[in-house]
Design a protein around this ligand. Structure first.
Ligand SMILES: Cc1ncc(COP(=O)(O)O)c(C=O)c1O
Length: 328
């Protein structure tokens, strides 16, 4: 893999041991009765605290924090946030204090969700806002940063989801990595199906795969939080933000989003996601989570079954497995 010079120059704190596996799913593919050969990219096996794709963003975000002389990380998200859990883990690894601001309202003591429990186990200080209002969450982040500065600390604030071009630079490398793995497996063209929330993973993969071509890969984002009309412009903006780092700008027409699987909303279970979870578990012994990866898998299954998707497909298992134990 040739890392683009703009990314090579970024400060980086190593959290990964090497590439995540890319594996073919023969029994799952056969169960779909379509013309598809499905592969899985095991971002859920990245090394820290139950893994997940956001460790890639955190290599560059923690790198930026350390370069800035920070001694504390602050980030925020929903109460089931995988990014928050992985920030707690990355902070522990880097010797930085971590403050997390989770969307409320708070659960009664002892009934916190799986990720919240893990956040505290990893040593993070967790603040839960009184409502589910995003503005309250942002104001709480500002207040905590101010209080820490007044106390002589050096906080570094990471955006929700580790978004923005610096975080997405990690996903550019993921795109380059899977391109190498596909080429080694003799796959010349594939569609990558990825769960998408802030769009950072999708933008980074699009950019990395554009740099690597061949293999020729399309990226299909399965929206889990926001409709395509909102997500498309966000991803377009991220592609602009990545040009200076990666030296390539995929065309806006390459942004493909399917928002059919959002169902009742972000973090709300769906029947299709449940069915997808059982099918993968019972054909391959692999687990996905109800908030992100099961919805992406449900979209993949629907498209293979109705013939919209075929050939080689890479299911991007972005992690999030503790979500199986969240009370949604
Ligand atoms: C497991 C999992 N999949 C997908 C996503 C969405 O990634 P992005 O915010 O880059 O769109 C997240 C975000 O936290 C995640 O935790």
């Amino acid at each position: 893999m040739v890392v683009p010079p703009g990314i090579e120059r970024l400060p980086r704190f190593r959290l990964l041991d090497g590439p995540s596996p890319l594996t073919r799913l023969d029994r799952f593919s056969a169960a779909l009765d379509g013309e598809a050969e499905v592969w899985i990219k095991r971002e859920d096996l990245l090394p820290l605290a139950f893994g997940g794709n956001k460790l890639r963003n955190l290599e560059f975000l923690v790198g930026a924090a350390l370069a800035d002389g920070a001694d504390t990380l602050i980030t925020s998200g929903r109460r089931w946030s995988n990014h928050c859990r992985l920030t707690a883990a990355a902070g522990a690894r880097a010797g930085l204090a971590v403050h997390l601001v989770l969307t409320g309202p708070p659960k009664p003591s002892g009934q916190e969700g799986a990720n919240h429990v893990l956040d505290e186990l990893l040593g993070a200080t967790v603040h839960v806002t009184s409502t589910d209002d995003r503005a309250e969450r942002a104001a709480t982040v500002d207040r905590i940063a101010t209080e820490l500065r007044e106390a002589g600390r050096r906080p570094f604030v990471i955006d929700v989801g580790g978004g923005g071009p610096i975080g997405a630079a990690g996903q550019v490398l993921a795109g380059l990595e899977v391109a190498d793995q596909l080429a080694a497996a003799g796959v010349g063209a594939a569609t990558v199906v990825v769960p998408t929330a802030t769009g950072g993973t999708q933008a980074g993969l699009l950019t990395g795969l554009a740099l690597a071509s061949p293999p020729t890969c399309a990226v299909l984002g399965m929206a889990v939080a926001s409709p395509a009309a909102e997500l498309g412009p966000a991803i377009d903006g991220l592609l602009d933000g990545l040009v200076g780092l990666a030296g390539v700008r995929p065309p806006s027409e390459a942004i493909a989003i399917d928002d059919d699987q959002i169902g009742e909303g972000y973090g709300r279970p769906s029947a299709a996601a449940d069915e997808a979870t059982r099918l993968l578990a019972r054909t391959e012994g692999l687990l996905v989570d109800p908030i992100y990866t099961a919805k992406a898998l449900a979209g993949l299954i629907a498209r293979v079954r109705d013939g919209r998707l075929g050939g080689s497909i890479v299911f991007w298992h972005a992690g999030g497995t503790p979500g199986l134990f969240e009370r949604l």
